[in-house]
Unconditional design. Structure first.
Length: 367
């Protein structure tokens, strides 16, 4: 009898382990499950604006300023419009290889105010320089104005890694999202954050995943795809949220403590980053945040076709979380969109339909 009981205990343990999500072993923090079954869906009206997306792609909004980024703009990377007058205010951040020119820079990840001026940081990853761009003064002077330019060539512990996102925390203090580059002879880490204190040449690592060594480049690239996220910083600089693309999950990182909590949607059949359970769905495509809420656009369907002539998906759902990871609302828009940008001043969420080049905004005071 004892042997029979032991046999069934072993069988139960085997199946429990085989169905256990392997991600728990690799995530450097706690995983919390959430459901959207009891979450209220709020239908939202879209209000048209007179400024078309103009094929400029990525955009940011702050009060009356609509800032477009697109590498296809002939001589600059950014174009700024007024939402109120619907007029162009200028082109900024020159292309080139000369003084204060850029061969390549990415879109804006963060807008902030200091000394009553609107600012952001842009990073020249080739030259390893951080440019603190004063947007307000640039518009006034009709020329790109940089308050400071900081080199990070001298920083150690960034070898074999590439800066993917960069956020401003305070003067000479930045938060960098790092992606390891693949080298056959070295250990590979998945994306992680570093806090750079430039004045003291100090670097602090914030690791989301426990050390992972991958057997070959193909497996490494697959894991990089599964861990891909769009990230945004809380305006008060205390936290970062990641909305994951291939897993129905958001990750909230406490910058001060380094603690990460992983919140996964339980309504979806078993999905895994590190296990074999992985489909071809896209879940979260874009994320924005203010000091109170997180807005993550939700797709939850198969990957759309990508390529010349392909249409962008017609997304209509936005999940609204608080900074404790609680899913509070699901917003459903009356107009499809692909990208969003939050205006914290007027409490609007702007949307862009890349198929029609139309732009709208949602009045967030309506929910």
């Amino acid at each position: 009898m004892f042997k029979i009981i032991c046999f069934f205990v072993l069988i139960f343990a085997f199946f429990a382990c085989s169905h256990r999500n392997k991600d728990i072993d690799y995530l450097n923090g706690n995983m919390v499950s959430f459901s959207k079954d009891s979450v209220r869906t709020q239908k939202m009206k879209s209000y048209a604006i007179g400024v078309a997306n103009c094929g400029y792609g990525m955009f940011s909004v702050y009060d009356s300023l609509l800032i477009f980024w697109n590498p296809n703009i002939p001589d600059h990377f950014f174009c700024i419009y007024s939402v109120d007058t619907e007029k162009e205010l200028g082109f900024f951040c020159n292309k080139g290889r000369g003084h204060n020119e850029f061969f390549s820079i990415g879109p804006i990840n963060q807008l902030f105010q200091t000394e009553d001026d609107l600012k952001t940081v842009v990073c020249d990853y080739n030259a390893k320089k951080i440019y603190n761009w004063n947007i307000s003064q640039s518009i006034l002077k009709h020329n790109t104005v940089f308050d400071t330019i900081v080199s990070y060539k001298h920083l150690e512990n960034i070898m074999n890694s590439m800066v993917n996102d960069l956020f401003y925390l305070s003067e000479n203090v930045y938060l960098a999202k790092m992606n390891s580059l693949y080298f056959e002879e070295s250990e590979k880490l998945l994306s992680y954050y570093q806090k750079w204190e430039m004045a003291d040449n100090k670097i602090g690592d914030l690791s989301l995943y426990k050390g992972v060594v991958v057997g070959n480049e193909k497996e490494y690239e697959q894991l990089r795809g599964r861990t891909y996220s769009v990230d945004v910083i809380k305006p008060d600089g205390t936290k970062v949220v990641q909305a994951m693309r291939e897993v129905p999950q958001i990750n909230i990182i406490d910058i001060k403590t380094g603690q990460t909590t992983f919140y996964r949607l339980s309504d979806i059949s078993e999905t895994s980053i590190f296990g074999k359970e992985s489909g071809n769905n896209v879940y979260y495509n874009s994320v924005q945040a203010d000091d109170k809420y997180i807005y993550a656009t939700y797709w939850g369907k198969k990957q759309w076709e990508v390529g010349l002539g392909s249409k962008s998906p017609c997304i209509r759902l936005i999940h609204v979380f608080d900074w404790d990871g609680n899913l509070l609302y699901e917003l459903e828009t009356d107009r499809p969109f692909f990208r969003i940008a939050l205006d914290p001043i007027r409490n609007r969420l702007y949307t862009a339909d890349l198929n029609t080049d139309e732009m709208y905004y949602l009045d967030l005071n309506e929910f």
